[in-house]
Design a protein around this ligand. Structure first.
Ligand code: IPM
Ligand code: MN
Length: 351
Protein backbone atom coordinates (compact mmCIF):
# COMPACT_ATOMS: atom_id res chain seq x y z
CA UNK A 1 0.00 0.00 0.00
CA UNK A 2 1.22 3.51 -0.80
CA UNK A 3 2.45 5.48 2.18
CA UNK A 4 0.36 8.61 2.52
CA UNK A 5 1.92 11.95 3.45
CA UNK A 6 -0.28 14.84 4.61
CA UNK A 7 1.03 18.10 3.15
CA UNK A 8 0.00 21.14 5.17
CA UNK A 9 1.53 24.25 3.59
CA UNK A 10 -0.07 26.66 6.08
CA UNK A 11 0.37 30.44 6.12
CA UNK A 12 2.73 33.17 4.93
CA UNK A 13 5.82 31.80 3.21
CA UNK A 14 4.72 28.23 4.06
CA UNK A 15 3.12 27.50 0.66
CA UNK A 16 6.11 28.87 -1.27
CA UNK A 17 8.77 26.88 0.55
CA UNK A 18 6.63 23.74 0.66
CA UNK A 19 6.12 24.03 -3.12
CA UNK A 20 9.90 23.72 -3.56
CA UNK A 21 10.12 20.87 -1.06
CA UNK A 22 7.34 19.12 -2.97
CA UNK A 23 9.16 19.41 -6.29
CA UNK A 24 12.12 17.66 -4.69
CA UNK A 25 9.93 15.03 -3.03
CA UNK A 26 7.97 14.33 -6.20
CA UNK A 27 11.13 14.04 -8.21
CA UNK A 28 12.65 11.49 -5.78
CA UNK A 29 9.33 9.67 -5.40
CA UNK A 30 9.23 9.13 -9.15
CA UNK A 31 12.86 8.42 -9.93
CA UNK A 32 13.30 6.01 -7.01
CA UNK A 33 9.77 4.60 -7.21
CA UNK A 34 9.05 5.15 -3.51
CA UNK A 35 5.29 4.95 -3.98
CA UNK A 36 4.56 7.87 -1.66
CA UNK A 37 1.19 9.51 -2.02
CA UNK A 38 1.00 13.21 -1.15
CA UNK A 39 -2.33 14.55 0.06
CA UNK A 40 -2.68 18.35 0.36
CA UNK A 41 -4.51 19.68 3.43
CA UNK A 42 -5.83 23.25 3.08
CA UNK A 43 -5.63 24.15 6.77
CA UNK A 44 -4.51 27.75 7.14
CA UNK A 45 -5.44 31.19 8.42
CA UNK A 46 -7.76 31.97 5.47
CA UNK A 47 -9.68 28.77 6.01
CA UNK A 48 -9.89 29.38 9.75
CA UNK A 49 -11.14 32.93 9.27
CA UNK A 50 -13.70 31.75 6.70
CA UNK A 51 -15.08 28.80 8.66
CA UNK A 52 -14.06 29.30 12.31
CA UNK A 53 -12.65 25.76 12.23
CA UNK A 54 -8.91 25.14 12.65
CA UNK A 55 -8.94 21.34 12.38
CA UNK A 56 -12.06 19.59 11.08
CA UNK A 57 -13.55 16.98 13.43
CA UNK A 58 -12.04 13.54 12.91
CA UNK A 59 -9.03 14.87 11.00
CA UNK A 60 -6.54 14.13 13.75
CA UNK A 61 -7.69 10.51 13.92
CA UNK A 62 -7.52 10.29 10.13
CA UNK A 63 -3.89 11.44 10.22
CA UNK A 64 -3.06 9.14 13.11
CA UNK A 65 -4.57 6.08 11.48
CA UNK A 66 -3.98 6.55 7.77
CA UNK A 67 -0.80 8.58 7.28
CA UNK A 68 2.89 7.83 7.54
CA UNK A 69 4.00 11.44 7.99
CA UNK A 70 3.00 15.09 7.89
CA UNK A 71 4.97 17.64 5.88
CA UNK A 72 4.24 21.11 7.19
CA UNK A 73 5.15 24.66 6.13
CA UNK A 74 4.45 27.32 8.73
CA UNK A 75 1.60 28.79 10.74
CA UNK A 76 0.92 32.32 11.90
CA UNK A 77 -1.05 35.24 10.53
CA UNK A 78 -1.35 38.81 11.80
CA UNK A 79 -5.14 38.63 11.46
CA UNK A 80 -5.18 35.97 14.20
CA UNK A 81 -3.15 37.62 16.99
CA UNK A 82 -3.83 34.91 19.57
CA UNK A 83 -2.42 32.27 17.18
CA UNK A 84 -5.49 30.12 17.89
CA UNK A 85 -5.38 28.15 14.64
CA UNK A 86 -1.59 27.73 14.83
CA UNK A 87 -1.85 26.41 18.37
CA UNK A 88 -4.72 24.08 17.48
CA UNK A 89 -2.94 22.67 14.45
CA UNK A 90 0.78 22.61 15.27
CA UNK A 91 0.72 22.21 19.05
CA UNK A 92 -2.43 20.10 18.63
CA UNK A 93 -0.55 17.61 16.48
CA UNK A 94 2.48 17.61 18.79
CA UNK A 95 0.27 16.72 21.75
CA UNK A 96 -2.39 14.53 20.19
CA UNK A 97 -0.02 12.51 18.01
CA UNK A 98 2.39 12.38 20.98
CA UNK A 99 5.31 13.71 18.91
CA UNK A 100 7.58 13.79 21.92
CA UNK A 101 10.90 14.17 20.14
CA UNK A 102 11.68 17.50 18.57
CA UNK A 103 14.77 16.74 16.52
CA UNK A 104 16.72 19.79 15.40
CA UNK A 105 20.16 19.23 13.90
CA UNK A 106 22.57 22.17 13.86
CA UNK A 107 24.96 21.67 11.00
CA UNK A 108 26.86 24.26 9.04
CA UNK A 109 26.28 23.53 5.34
CA UNK A 110 29.20 25.64 4.19
CA UNK A 111 31.99 27.43 6.10
CA UNK A 112 31.02 30.76 4.60
CA UNK A 113 27.66 30.63 6.39
CA UNK A 114 29.19 30.58 9.86
CA UNK A 115 28.23 33.70 11.83
CA UNK A 116 31.13 32.98 14.19
CA UNK A 117 34.65 34.13 13.56
CA UNK A 118 37.04 31.16 13.26
CA UNK A 119 34.33 28.55 13.78
CA UNK A 120 33.88 26.60 10.62
CA UNK A 121 32.87 23.27 12.02
CA UNK A 122 29.49 23.26 13.68
CA UNK A 123 27.71 19.93 13.83
CA UNK A 124 25.54 18.89 16.74
CA UNK A 125 21.97 17.85 17.38
CA UNK A 126 19.38 19.26 19.77
CA UNK A 127 16.58 17.11 21.16
CA UNK A 128 13.82 19.19 22.61
CA UNK A 129 11.09 17.57 24.69
CA UNK A 130 7.97 18.35 22.68
CA UNK A 131 4.86 17.40 24.68
CA UNK A 132 5.26 18.84 28.18
CA UNK A 133 6.86 21.75 30.01
CA UNK A 134 5.40 25.21 29.74
CA UNK A 135 3.60 24.23 26.56
CA UNK A 136 0.83 22.22 28.24
CA UNK A 137 -1.22 25.37 28.71
CA UNK A 138 -2.02 24.84 32.39
CA UNK A 139 -2.63 27.87 34.53
CA UNK A 140 -4.83 30.90 34.48
CA UNK A 141 -5.44 34.47 35.46
CA UNK A 142 -7.01 35.59 38.69
CA UNK A 143 -8.50 39.06 39.16
CA UNK A 144 -7.77 39.68 35.51
CA UNK A 145 -7.53 43.28 34.47
CA UNK A 146 -7.19 44.58 38.02
CA UNK A 147 -4.14 45.89 39.83
CA UNK A 148 -4.11 42.65 41.86
CA UNK A 149 -4.00 40.38 38.86
CA UNK A 150 -2.18 37.07 39.20
CA UNK A 151 -1.05 34.94 36.27
CA UNK A 152 0.03 31.34 36.77
CA UNK A 153 1.69 29.34 34.00
CA UNK A 154 2.62 25.81 34.97
CA UNK A 155 5.74 24.02 33.80
CA UNK A 156 5.00 20.29 33.75
CA UNK A 157 7.57 17.50 33.70
CA UNK A 158 6.62 13.84 34.09
CA UNK A 159 9.03 10.99 34.79
CA UNK A 160 7.77 9.23 31.66
CA UNK A 161 8.13 12.32 29.49
CA UNK A 162 11.57 13.22 30.79
CA UNK A 163 12.88 9.68 30.59
CA UNK A 164 11.75 8.98 27.05
CA UNK A 165 13.34 12.10 25.55
CA UNK A 166 16.59 11.57 27.46
CA UNK A 167 16.67 7.93 26.40
CA UNK A 168 16.00 8.91 22.81
CA UNK A 169 18.97 11.29 22.92
CA UNK A 170 21.29 8.57 24.23
CA UNK A 171 19.98 6.03 21.72
CA UNK A 172 20.57 8.53 18.93
CA UNK A 173 24.11 9.16 20.16
CA UNK A 174 24.76 5.44 20.25
CA UNK A 175 23.26 4.80 16.81
CA UNK A 176 25.11 7.63 15.12
CA UNK A 177 28.44 7.31 16.92
CA UNK A 178 28.21 10.63 18.74
CA UNK A 179 30.49 10.91 21.75
CA UNK A 180 28.49 12.85 24.30
CA UNK A 181 25.07 13.95 25.51
CA UNK A 182 24.63 17.25 27.34
CA UNK A 183 21.46 17.87 29.34
CA UNK A 184 20.56 21.51 29.82
CA UNK A 185 18.19 22.77 32.47
CA UNK A 186 17.99 25.40 35.16
CA UNK A 187 18.05 23.20 38.24
CA UNK A 188 19.73 25.89 40.34
CA UNK A 189 16.39 27.73 40.26
CA UNK A 190 13.72 25.30 39.09
CA UNK A 191 14.51 22.84 41.87
CA UNK A 192 11.67 20.37 41.48
CA UNK A 193 11.65 19.88 37.75
CA UNK A 194 15.43 20.19 37.65
CA UNK A 195 15.77 17.46 40.24
CA UNK A 196 13.62 15.09 38.19
CA UNK A 197 15.55 15.88 35.00
CA UNK A 198 18.90 15.50 36.71
CA UNK A 199 18.13 12.18 38.43
CA UNK A 200 16.65 10.76 35.26
CA UNK A 201 19.61 11.94 33.21
CA UNK A 202 22.08 10.32 35.61
CA UNK A 203 20.14 7.07 35.75
CA UNK A 204 19.70 6.74 32.00
CA UNK A 205 23.26 7.94 31.39
CA UNK A 206 24.63 5.08 33.47
CA UNK A 207 23.09 2.63 30.98
CA UNK A 208 25.21 4.10 28.18
CA UNK A 209 28.72 3.55 29.41
CA UNK A 210 30.37 4.38 26.08
CA UNK A 211 28.80 7.82 25.88
CA UNK A 212 30.03 10.71 27.95
CA UNK A 213 27.28 12.73 29.61
CA UNK A 214 27.38 16.11 31.24
CA UNK A 215 25.01 18.73 32.56
CA UNK A 216 24.91 22.46 31.93
CA UNK A 217 22.68 25.29 33.05
CA UNK A 218 20.83 26.49 30.01
CA UNK A 219 22.09 30.06 30.34
CA UNK A 220 25.68 28.84 30.36
CA UNK A 221 24.85 26.55 27.46
CA UNK A 222 23.79 29.46 25.23
CA UNK A 223 27.14 31.08 25.90
CA UNK A 224 29.03 27.89 25.05
CA UNK A 225 26.99 27.34 21.89
CA UNK A 226 28.49 30.59 20.64
CA UNK A 227 31.94 30.38 22.24
CA UNK A 228 32.71 26.73 21.66
CA UNK A 229 30.03 24.95 19.61
CA UNK A 230 32.47 22.14 18.82
CA UNK A 231 32.10 20.89 22.39
CA UNK A 232 28.59 19.60 21.69
CA UNK A 233 27.44 16.39 20.04
CA UNK A 234 23.92 15.89 21.35
CA UNK A 235 21.98 18.30 23.58
CA UNK A 236 18.76 17.34 25.31
CA UNK A 237 16.48 19.79 27.09
CA UNK A 238 12.90 20.67 27.93
CA UNK A 239 10.28 22.17 25.66
CA UNK A 240 10.74 25.88 26.38
CA UNK A 241 14.53 25.88 26.70
CA UNK A 242 14.61 23.78 23.54
CA UNK A 243 12.46 26.29 21.70
CA UNK A 244 14.85 29.08 22.62
CA UNK A 245 18.18 27.35 22.01
CA UNK A 246 17.09 25.91 18.65
CA UNK A 247 16.62 29.41 17.23
CA UNK A 248 20.17 30.11 18.35
CA UNK A 249 21.14 26.80 16.77
CA UNK A 250 19.50 27.86 13.52
CA UNK A 251 21.49 31.10 13.53
CA UNK A 252 24.69 29.08 13.99
CA UNK A 253 24.02 27.05 10.88
CA UNK A 254 23.44 30.02 8.63
CA UNK A 255 20.05 31.32 9.67
CA UNK A 256 16.46 30.29 10.17
CA UNK A 257 16.07 29.76 6.44
CA UNK A 258 18.16 26.58 6.40
CA UNK A 259 17.09 24.89 9.64
CA UNK A 260 15.01 21.71 9.50
CA UNK A 261 13.13 19.85 12.18
CA UNK A 262 11.30 16.65 12.94
CA UNK A 263 8.50 16.19 15.47
CA UNK A 264 8.73 12.49 16.07
CA UNK A 265 6.81 9.72 17.78
CA UNK A 266 9.17 6.85 17.02
CA UNK A 267 7.56 4.28 14.75
CA UNK A 268 4.37 6.32 14.39
CA UNK A 269 3.13 9.14 12.17
CA UNK A 270 5.56 12.05 12.62
CA UNK A 271 5.73 15.64 11.45
CA UNK A 272 8.49 17.45 9.59
CA UNK A 273 8.73 21.22 9.22
CA UNK A 274 11.27 23.98 8.72
CA UNK A 275 12.08 25.79 11.97
CA UNK A 276 11.22 29.21 10.57
CA UNK A 277 7.78 30.72 10.98
CA UNK A 278 5.34 32.08 8.43
CA UNK A 279 7.18 35.43 8.00
CA UNK A 280 4.06 37.17 6.60
CA UNK A 281 5.97 40.21 5.40
CA UNK A 282 8.01 38.07 3.01
CA UNK A 283 5.04 36.07 1.70
CA UNK A 284 4.29 35.95 -2.03
CA UNK A 285 7.47 37.82 -2.97
CA UNK A 286 9.53 34.85 -4.05
CA UNK A 287 12.25 35.69 -1.50
CA UNK A 288 11.89 32.98 1.16
CA UNK A 289 14.67 30.44 1.45
CA UNK A 290 13.33 26.96 0.59
CA UNK A 291 16.30 25.07 2.06
CA UNK A 292 14.81 24.57 5.54
CA UNK A 293 11.72 23.06 3.92
CA UNK A 294 13.78 20.94 1.52
CA UNK A 295 16.01 19.60 4.31
CA UNK A 296 12.88 18.85 6.36
CA UNK A 297 11.64 16.79 3.40
CA UNK A 298 14.94 14.92 3.40
CA UNK A 299 14.61 14.31 7.14
CA UNK A 300 11.11 12.93 6.55
CA UNK A 301 12.39 10.53 3.90
CA UNK A 302 15.12 9.36 6.24
CA UNK A 303 12.53 8.75 8.94
CA UNK A 304 10.42 6.74 6.49
CA UNK A 305 13.39 4.50 5.75
CA UNK A 306 14.75 6.17 2.61
CA UNK A 307 18.19 7.12 3.91
CA UNK A 308 19.97 7.15 0.56
CA UNK A 309 17.31 9.43 -0.95
CA UNK A 310 17.65 11.75 2.04
CA UNK A 311 21.43 11.84 1.60
CA UNK A 312 21.06 12.62 -2.11
CA UNK A 313 18.83 15.60 -1.29
CA UNK A 314 21.23 16.88 1.37
CA UNK A 315 24.14 16.57 -1.03
CA UNK A 316 22.19 18.49 -3.69
CA UNK A 317 21.46 21.26 -1.16
CA UNK A 318 25.11 21.47 -0.12
CA UNK A 319 26.20 21.62 -3.77
CA UNK A 320 23.74 24.44 -4.51
CA UNK A 321 24.97 26.35 -1.44
CA UNK A 322 28.62 25.76 -2.41
CA UNK A 323 27.87 27.27 -5.82
CA UNK A 324 26.19 30.24 -4.11
CA UNK A 325 22.97 29.44 -5.97
CA UNK A 326 20.81 30.48 -3.06
CA UNK A 327 18.38 33.11 -1.89
CA UNK A 328 19.65 36.47 -0.62
CA UNK A 329 19.71 35.54 3.08
CA UNK A 330 22.61 33.20 2.27
CA UNK A 331 24.38 35.70 0.05
CA UNK A 332 23.00 34.52 -3.28
CA UNK A 333 20.70 36.37 -5.65
CA UNK A 334 17.98 33.86 -6.43
CA UNK A 335 14.28 33.82 -5.68
CA UNK A 336 12.54 30.96 -3.88
CA UNK A 337 11.67 29.02 -7.00
CA UNK A 338 15.07 29.50 -8.64
CA UNK A 339 16.77 28.35 -5.43
CA UNK A 340 14.55 25.27 -5.64
CA UNK A 341 15.69 24.80 -9.25
CA UNK A 342 19.32 24.94 -8.14
CA UNK A 343 18.74 22.03 -5.78
CA UNK A 344 16.64 20.05 -8.27
CA UNK A 345 19.28 20.41 -10.96
CA UNK A 346 21.93 18.87 -8.66
CA UNK A 347 19.55 16.14 -7.64
CA UNK A 348 18.93 15.23 -11.27
CA UNK A 349 22.66 15.07 -11.93
CA UNK A 350 22.95 12.59 -9.11
CA UNK A 351 19.98 10.31 -9.71
C1 IPM B 1 8.77 26.27 17.03
C2 IPM B 1 7.85 27.45 17.10
C3 IPM B 1 6.58 27.08 17.85
C4 IPM B 1 6.98 26.72 19.26
C5 IPM B 1 5.49 28.17 17.84
C6 IPM B 1 5.08 28.54 16.44
C7 IPM B 1 4.29 27.76 18.64
O1 IPM B 1 8.49 28.54 17.66
O2 IPM B 1 8.38 25.24 16.45
O3 IPM B 1 9.90 26.37 17.53
O4 IPM B 1 7.07 27.58 20.16
O5 IPM B 1 7.23 25.54 19.48
MN1 MN C 1 10.60 28.22 18.08
Amino acid sequence: MAKKIAVIAGDGIGPEVIAQGMRVLERVNESRKLGLQFVPFGWNADEYLRTGVSIPPGAMDDIRNNYAAVYLGAFGDPRIPDMKHAADILLGMRFQLDLYVNYRPVKLLNERLSPLKDKQKIDFVIFRENTEGAYVGMGGNFKKGTAEEIAVQEDVSTRKGVERIIRYAFEFAKRTGRKSVCMADKNNVMRFAGDLWMRTFEEVGREYAGIEHFHMFVDALTMQMVRAPEMFDVIVTNNMFGDIITDLGAALQGGLGVAASGNINPGKVSLFEPIHGSAPKYARQDVANPIGAILSAAMMLEYLGYASEAKAIEAAVVAAVDANETTKDLGGSLGTRAAGNAVLKRLEERS
